[in-house]
Design a protein around this ligand. Structure first.
Ligand code: G6P
Length: 590
């Protein structure tokens, strides 16, 4: 899992560095660039962020052909040795790779005389290319492509040619052409900075990129037709000041309005009444925060819908036997649209005849090409690894989609649907109220920052919010954290309560508040610090006040104090809030 970029055109080194900065969300433990100059290839690489690489390439002579890589380690530790690009021993080829070469051990055995310089699977590809080269670089690339198993997007430069080659299977690869040059890259958001005419390379493809054109082949050298389209321009914020996470939380009110307006102006649910009535089950599939938004949306939909609404973690969906038939509808939820498990899950649903909707923030992402329909969440670009505003917008859009299904099935009245739209329109103000009082969350963060563990509890529709609050905290503060349905605490976790532990109790439903009050007393009497996030006050607990909202919409708002709490806790502990250790913004390997 990593980001790759390659280009032929002016200032290739400087532009590759810019591109890698945009791809850093895919991994940021090491990075490198290979620049082709007058019959040789120079490699610059280092452990650390792109900023560290920038120092190394500073002052390097410019050129017109380069490939680059930003890494999230899978095979081999984080170190300069394992950073990409890799050169073949004869110096003829340099490669960068995103994905996993699953048969690399067998392939390595076929290269007994090669002294490998890294522990990676990727390096094998460079040496195989050198071995297979018989004076025709494209033929060598095709031969090696046929040997590889796994998921890969590989960019290759060869000292002998004015061409960049790429090999693609199951890892994203986008090709772009413009007046200024030819490009290939892991994602459309990055490439759109350089070229608007883009094509998504299909699986099992070799790309031959020259300064003016791109040719696509299958692994046997037969040319493939591939359509180019005009990519959206994405907003660029790579030079913004301050932490992206806080900036993105503060954008929530505006983005909720965009999501609502965008949904109203879109085609919404493109399924006819007959199809909707025939539905047997709905899956809400995603990973991380995107999964949590599905968990919450399912809790909301259970209030209306008369069929199974099942949230499933994408990687679990792939390896378990969830039923799918043509009366199955799946919402595939992904901010980036590039998360490998989610994309694979979408493929699985389609293969088995189910209907697929991508619910995403990134048009023209891999997921949108796999799903039949796409619903944009209009959250705008997210740069912080910990997803925030996308969660609120995903939840808003899923609520609208599920309400439309309930309405079409006749189980949600026209008047309740209209009320719901009014309630959603009022949420930005409710969120703004919480943001205006963010300093109180900074104070609560001081209370929990030295805790050994923080547990988040909630009942029914508050439980998914607890999950998301807990995920946010552990991702960026590294404090151990778990979420539980409040009633479940006493079946084991109560044993862990002591003064170094904090419990965040979320309670938005008045009919369940007394039950939550009992849980608060149970944990407080065992010495835990309690923070109650609720419209009402609880004894024995520090209060984080929420506005009173309908049960269908409150989750969109009640998560905001938890996002802020995680931010301020991590900040107070001196963590790198936007780029937490070991993580990446989207995980593009299964
Ligand atoms: C990674 C990120 C999470 C994110 C998840 C799903 O694990 O660290 O913040 O929620 O991927 O990403 P997606 O782009 O599919 O929503």
């Amino acid at each position: 899992m990593c980001g790759i970029f390659g280009m032929i055109g002016k200032n290739a080194v400087g532009n590759t560095l810019t591109a890698l900065k945009l791809l850093e969300y895919r991994g940021y433990d090491s990075a490198g660039i290979a620049a082709k100059r007058n019959g040789h290839i120079d490699v610059y690489k280092t452990e650390g962020r792109i900023a560290a690489l920038a120092k190394i390439v500073q002052g390097a002579e410019e050129t017109d052909m380069a490939i680059g890589h930003t890494r999230w380690a899978t095979h081999g530790a984080v170190c300069t040795q394992n950073a990409h690009p890799f050169l073949s021993r004869d110096g003829r080829f340099a490669i960068v790779h995103n994905g996993i070469i699953e048969n690399y051990k067998q392939l390595k055995q076929t290269l007994p005389s090669v002294d490998f310089g890294s522990q990676t699977d990727s390096e094998t590809v460079a040496h195989l290319l050198a071995r297979e080269y018989r004076g025709d670089a494209l033929q060598a690339v095709l031969t090696v492509a046929r040997l590889l198993k796994g998921s890969f997007a590989i960019a290759i430069v060869c000292v002998e040619t004015r061409t960049i080659y790429a090999v693609k299977n199951k890892s994203p690869l986008v090709v772009g052409l413009s007046e200024s040059g030819a490009y290939l890259c892991s994602d459309v958001r990055c490439i759109s900075r350089f070229a608007q005419r883009v094509a998504v390379a299909p699986d099992n493809t070799v790309v031959e990129l020259s300064a003016r054109e791109a040719k696509f082949y299958d692994f046997f050298g037969k040319e493939k037709e591939t359509d180019f389209f005009t990519a959206d321009r994405f907003d660029e914020a790579e030079n913004a000041e301050g932490d992206f996470m806080l900036k993105e939380i503060f954008e929530i009110p505006e983005k909720l309005l965009c999501a609502l307006d965008g949904y109203k102006q879109s085609d919404g649910l493109q399924l006819g009444r007959f199809t909707v009535n025939a539905l047997k089950r709905i899956y809400l599939i995603g990973c991380g925060t995107a999964y949590n938004s599905g968990l919450q949306a399912a809790a909301v939909a259970r209030k209306w819908l008369d069929l199974d609404v099942l949230p499933v973690i994408a990687s679990e969906f792939l390896y378990d036997n969830y039923p799918v038939d043509d009366n199955t509808l799946a919402f595939l939820i992904s901010q980036s649209g590039e998360t490998a498990d989610t994309v694979r899950a979408a493929e699985r649903v389609r293969e088995r005849g189910g209907k697929t909707y991508a619910v995403t923030n990134t048009r023209s992402s891999s997921l949108t090409f796999v799903c039949e329909h796409t619903v944009n969440i209009f959250a705008g670009s997210e740069y912080a690894v910990a997803s925030t505003k996308a969660y609120n917008c995903q939840l808003e859009v899923l609520t609208l989609l599920l309400a439309d299904i309930a309405f079409a099935r006749g189980v949600l009245s026209q008047s309740r649907r209209s009320e719901l739209l009014d309630e959603l329109a009022a949420l930005p103000d409710a969120v703004q109220g919480i943001l205006d009082d963010c300093s109180s969350l900074a104070r609560v963060a001081e209370q929990i920052k030295n805790c050994s563990a923080v547990f988040y509890i909630g009942r029914t529709a508050d439980y998914p919010i607890a999950c998301e609050g807990s995920l946010k905290l552990k991702e960026i503060s590294y404090i151990h954290s778990e979420a539980y349905p409040a009633g479940e605490l006493k079946h084991g976790t109560l044993a862990l309560m002591e003064p170094t532990v904090a419990v965040v109790a979320i309670s938005t439903q008045s009919e369940l508040a007394d039950k939550t009050a009992s849980s608060v007393i149970e944990v407080a009497s065992r010495g835990a610090k309690v923070i109650a996030v609720s419209p009402r006050l609880f004894d024995n607990a520090l209060s984080v006040k929420l506005p009173r909202l309908s049960p269908e919409t409150s989750g969109i708002v009640s998560v905001v104090p938890l996002q802020l709490l995680a931010y301020y806790t991590a900040k107070s502990l001196g963590r790198d809030v936007d780029k937490p250790r070991h993580l990446a913004k989207s995980v593009t390997v299964e």
